[in-house]
Design a protein. Structure first.
Length: 341
């Protein structure tokens, strides 16, 4: 067995501590204590929803891409703060009158509210405390500047979010590694995944638009695949299998020399997460000898640089790896294309 706590590997899981977001959490705390409102902005996978739900354990959560109208959002809020209240047939104006809560309202993907409703909803929401209503809110958006452009009204923006934006930058490789290690400590049995394999997951995630979402998904799915196969550890090849993409369709675009540069990387990576330049060159020299070719290491390295620029290999310091396919499958496909098998 590899997984001891499946819940810790779910995207909805709220850990006991949010790592690598101390500054942003402090900023959010100051805004909520002082003004009772904040806008959390950042790309997909930067931990916006996690930060908001971690900060406010007692919250009312609404996904505005699912509940797109002002009326739908209000009904969803009231269903949580006043579960016995029946809003059937009531206009939005009457629903606003019922809105009063000690809980923090989290408006996830707030830009999902239809444009015709967005301005009125946000303006009214931000003015409720002036009417003596107990209301605190955290709005979540992928891009605060884009949201301001959509609102296109200075008065609405001023009351809703002026000087209240908490901006989350994408996680760095080092931060992803730290968070992954904490997830592993919570979710995995000891000695079931090593640091190099975690590093591979982090590298894949940095290259992904999903970042931390990708990292957690890969960690969970890799463990599930390994368990299903009866393995006691998560290997780099299992991670690549969990991340399998349409990468190999691009092999037909490579020249023979470029394929010959990719092959040694894949050969070494069949047994490990990363291949050093020395290991790659050793395999390259053997291949040249086996096929009666004269090694040209300068040209080989130029081809390797090209493969890196094309995203077909990934470099970490002086090591290379493949991210989007199990290396064993990649070797088979390259050999087939080179007619070496």
């Amino acid at each position: 067995m590899i997984i001891k706590n499946r819940q810790s590997l779910e995207l909805s899981y709220i850990p006991k501590k949010v790592y690598c977001r101390d500054r942003e959490l402090n900023q959010l705390s100051i805004l909520m204590e002082g003004r009772g409102k904040a806008v959390v902005s950042g790309d997909t996978g930067t931990g916006k929803t996690l930060l908001a739900r971690y900060f406010s354990k007692e919250n009312v959560y609404v996904n505005c891409f699912i509940n797109k109208s002002e009326h739908a959002v209000l009904e969803t809020i009231l269903s949580q703060v006043r579960p016995r209240f029946n809003p059937a047939g009531m206009p939005s104006r009457k629903l606003w009158d019922q809105l009063d809560s000690e809980k923090t309202i989290i408006l996830d993907e707030v830009e999902g509210i239809i444009v015709d409703d967005l301005n009125h909803f946000l303006y009214t929401l931000s003015r409720l405390p002036e009417q003596g209503k107990k209301l605190r809110y955290i709005a979540i958006t992928r891009d605060a500047d884009m949201l301001r452009h959509i609102i296109h009204d200075d008065a609405t923006w001023s009351t809703f979010a002026e000087k209240a934006v908490v901006q989350l930058k994408p996680y760095t490789y080092e931060q992803i590694m730290e968070i992954l290690q904490h997830r592993v400590d919570e979710a995995f049995y000891p000695d079931t995944i090593d640091e190099e394999t975690l590093s591979l997951i982090a590298d894949i995630s940095v290259e992904s638009p999903g970042h931390m979402r990708t990292a957690v998904d890969l960690l969970r799915n890799s463990a599930l695949i390994a368990e299903k196969k009866g393995f006691s550890v998560v290997s780099p090849e299992i991670v690549r299998e969990a991340n399998l993409d349409t990468f190999m369709g691009d092999l037909g675009l490579l020249s023979k020399d470029q394929l010959f540069a990719l092959l040694p990387v894949a050969v070494v990576c069949k047994r490990k997460a990363y291949a050093t330049v020395e290991e790659i060159l050793d395999v390259y020299r053997v291949q040249c000898e086996n096929h009666g070719l004269k090694p040209d290491e300068n040209q080989f390295m130029r081809n390797l640089d090209y493969l890196e620029k094309q995203g077909m290999v990934h470099r970490r310091e002086n090591m290379y790896t493949v991210l989007y396919s199990p290396a064993s499958i990649l070797v088979e496909e390259i050999e087939k294309d080179l007619q070496l098998s």
